[in-house]
Design a protein around this ligand. Structure first.
Ligand code: FAD
Length: 307
């Protein structure tokens, strides 16, 4: 019951101000968002990759309102790429971007987001790595998939994300599995209406397995974005049945969630990528993490009361 309430709060400016200003928010936020600046996140990248993990980096931010903010988002990613270059990690450190942060919801937003994201994809390719386009709410997805297709003409390794809770996703998965795309499959983190998305957890899990089978049987590169132990073992079985080797798919989990499992899968020889978000505009990202596991909210509230 709590999840949808928290997701609704994630869109509220009043809640944003309240939560961001609360003195005890910061330590709880740090669990999921381990830095505010590129200088703070680079040592984390080094630490994770030294442990045999891979990373995808997200400069947090979304729902921007001006073209200047969209340009600033582009520049933040370009700065990140400059800092990654000397580490020479190749695809072991890639980037995840939200097109809303690149201006997608502004007037002329589709073109603006493409214009802003292209230099990031180019700069990533120049240091031997890639970018994945995150999936946001369902109203943004036609534009995201069109931008993905456009970018793939020059940068075929550009990835995208699909969400198992959406009815449309089985068809999107068939298209992406047939054209050789890198695709991250996740359950879905936004508040979506029953007209477009499964609401029942069991139905979402069943859809996830069907979609994953399509991706595993296709010609692309599946990226399994989940912490769900059952889905992880199902993924291993589907990969085996599809005859995929360990480097022909990967697991992805979020920084701060089931960290022991990151190491366990990597030790088994799997590619394990940790989605690591950093930056100051963390509210939306943080609230989605609270919504996924209400126990996080209790921990958050308790830490505010006891300090
Ligand atoms: P769940 O059933 O939610 O969780 C399984 C178990 O994992 C839980 O029992 C718990 O032990 C643990 N767990 C899960 N979430 C948390 C949490 N927040 N805090 C503590 N423990 C937790 N969603 C999008 O809509 N678009 C995206 O682009 C996107 N990118 C993602 C990238 C990655 C790498 C990952 C892992 C997730 C991404 N998500 C994205 C979020 C995703 O949609 C889910 O909301 C999230 O992964 C929780 O689903 P789950 O598969 O882990 O399963």
């Amino acid at each position: 019951m709590l999840g949808p309430v928290i997701l609704a709060a994630s869109r509220s400016d009043r809640m944003r101000r309240l939560v961001s200003a609360a003195p005890m928010t910061k330590p709880v936020v740090d669990r999921f968002i381990p830095g505010e600046t590129v200088d703070q996140v680079i040592p984390i990248v080094t630490d994770l990759t030294d442990k045999g993990l891979e990373v995808t980096l997200d400069v947090v931010g979304e729902d921007i309102t001006t073209r200047e903010q969209a340009a600033a988002a582009r520049d933040a990613y370009l700065r990140l790429i400059e800092h990654l270059e000397p580490l020479d990690l190749g695809t072991r450190a890639e980037m995840s971007v939200k097109l809303s942060m690149f201006g997608q919801s502004l007037e002329g937003g589709h073109e603006l987001a493409l214009e802003n994201v292209r230099p990031v994809v180019e700069a990533a390719a120049a240091i031997g790595t890639t970018v994945t386009l995150d999936a946001e709410d369902h109203t943004t997805l036609d534009s995201m998939f069109a931008i993905h297709e456009e970018l793939r003409k020059d940068f075929p390794q550009t990835g995208c994300v699909i969400q198992a809770y959406l009815f449309r996703t089985e068809e999107d998965a068939r298209r992406l599995a047939a054209n050789g795309s890198r695709v991250r499959i996740v359950k879905g983190a936004y508040k979506e209406p029953a007209s477009v998305a499964h609401q029942d957890k069991g139905e979402i899990d069943k859809a996830y397995v069907r979609i994953l089978r399509t991706l595993m049987d296709g010609t692309g590169y599946p990226m399994i974005g989940s912490h769900d132990p059952r889905l992880i073992s199902v993924s291993q079985e589907l990969a085996r049945r599809a005859g995929r080797k360990l480097d022909e798919y990967e697991f992805q989990m979020l920084y701060g969630i089931r960290s022991d499992e990151h190491l366990r899968l990597a030790a088994e020889g799997h590619r394990m990528r940790v989605y690591t978000a950093y930056g100051t505009d963390w509210y939306g990202y943080f609230m989605r993490r609270l919504a996924e596991k209400p126990a996080n909210l209790l921990f958050f509230v308790r830490s505010m009361i006891t300090k």
